[in-house]
Design a protein around this ligand. Structure first.
Ligand SMILES: [Mg+2]
Length: 132
């Protein structure tokens, strides 16, 4: 895997991105459309657009796809759409995303301990029908 250039990711905080999304929505007076339901639906729609880029491709083709600048741009745009709506949902319900992500990673670490899961694909355990 090539070294990632994450200069912008290192410099820009999550709260800066949240504020940018909030400003974009507010300037257009779109808050009234940003119910949690509508935004959650939009996350799924944008995730589907991302998935469509990889539809019918083999695993190797999917890995190679982003080496083409045109495809890389499509992937980055759809991934950005997903993230923008995730940030919009966090704004709409006033959720601390850092807290949520770190908390979920801790939970996942307990659920998938390294000693049991290293190098194997994670499998869903029975959680009484609750999906998390
Ligand atoms: Mg899109």
């Amino acid at each position: 895997m090539k070294a990632l250039s994450l200069q912008r990711d290192s410099a820009i905080t999550l709260s800066v991105l949240r504020e940018a999304v909030s400003r974009f929505v507010g300037e257009r007076k779109w808050e009234k459309f940003h119910s949690p339901k509508n935004i959650a639906e939009s996350i799924c729609i944008e995730a589907s657009e991302l998935l469509e880029i990889f539809q019918w491709r083999t695993t190797e083709e999917s890995r190679a796809l982003s080496r083409n600048p045109k495809n890389a741009k499509r992937v980055s745009q759809e991934l950005a759409d997903v993230i923008i709506y995730c940030l919009a949902l966090a704004n709409a319900i006033q959720m601390d995303m850092s807290d949520a992500v770190l908390s979920k990673l801790r939970e996942n670490s307990r659920r998938y301990p390294i000693t049991r899961c290293k190098g194997t694909a994670p499998r869903r355990r029975n959680h009484g029908g609750r999906k998390t």
